[in-house]
Design a protein around this ligand. Structure first.
Ligand SMILES: [Zn+2]
Length: 298
């Protein structure tokens, strides 16, 4: 009897220890997440800035003659608050437009913390993706009526020009890639394009197949962009600004990976065998491409 009690106490102690460890480690994680670098602006020209830091992707800011356009929204109230403060330091003009480059949370979750007077713009497909179930199959939070005012209210299909006084900003859609609704915000005077997540440096390109993204379409879409725009600088959600040849190299890299997977499939290799032919961090992209090729054959 006594021994059984000791065993029970021991069991309880182990449980307590386990849960304390769990809470300590998860609160450390929480603190790490909270300690994102402060939001700051990075000047590209007198009118054009990158918005860096905070929680969420890099965005952009363009000061027009009579209003301001912001590209992507960060994720949290704190980061959006910081961004709005930073914007006030460089202009007293009101924010007129918020452009979402695509529907991922790190670019759109902060929409809800912008003033209600701001017009939110996206591609038609991006707006649809707001309501798409999440990767884990859970329904989208954007179905909730309280968030309705923060879903893009202005959409386009191929191209839209926005005039902020005499200043023109071009929104372009070149096709499916990272998702089905990625757009490019192009500033002709600066020859600078904000391309959202259509390029990643130092890590493999993300293709969200669950939203309809496709790596083969990605190659066509980014190639079309390079052929159409005279952009020399490409700003994106998670990388430093890059030049044209870097974007070209990324497209070539994607084509190489696709060709290699095609030939592995021809040799009858399984997905697991194919993954072994690549770097570990490429596994997700390899799986995406592998499945794309397979489903085309079926
Ligand atoms: Zn992103």
């Amino acid at each position: 009897m006594k021994e059984a009690e000791i065993m029970r106490t021991k069991g309880k102690l182990i449980l307590i220890l386990f849960f304390s460890l769990f809470f300590v480690s998860s609160s450390i994680l929480f603190v790490q997440q909270r300690e994102a670098a402060a939001v700051k602006l990075d000047k590209l020209s007198d009118r054009l800035f990158q918005i860096l830091g905070g929680r969420g992707a890099n965005g952009g800011l363009y000061i027009g003659d009579d209003g301001v356009l912001v590209i992507d929204a960060k994720m949290t109230e704190e980061s959006v608050g910081q961004a709005l403060e930073e914007i006030k330091k460089v202009t007293d003009k009101p924010i007129t437009y918020l452009v979402n480059t695509h529907s991922d949370g790190d670019h759109v979750a902060g929409n809800r913390f912008f003033p209600r007077t701001v017009t939110i713009i996206s591609h038609e497909n991006c707006r649809k993706e707001f309501f798409h179930p999440r990767r884990d199959g859970e329904p989208s939070e954007w179905n909730s009526p309280e968030l309705a005012p923060f879903i893009p209210s202005l959409t386009f299909r191929d191209k839209m020009n926005i005039y902020l006084g005499a200043r023109k900003v071009e929104l372009w859609y070149f096709g499916i890639g990272h998702t089905t609704g990625d757009i490019v915000v192009y500033f002709p005077e600066e020859k600078t394009a904000f391309i959202g997540d259509q390029i990643f440096m130092g890590r493999p390109q993300l293709i969200h197949s669950y939203k309809g993204g496709n790596s083969f379409e990605y190659v066509k879409t980014v190639t079309r962009m390079l052929q159409t725009l005279e952009a020399e600088t490409f700003c994106s959600g998670h990388s430093e600004p890059v030049d044209r040849s870097t974007v070209e190299q990324q497209v070539e890299e994607m084509k190489k990976i696709q060709e290699k997977i095609k030939s592995l499939l021809k040799q009858g290799k399984s997905l697991e065998e194919a993954k072994k032919e690549f770097e570990e961090n490429q596994a997700r992209l390899v799986e995406t491409i592998f499945n794309e090729i397979k489903s085309r054959r079926q």
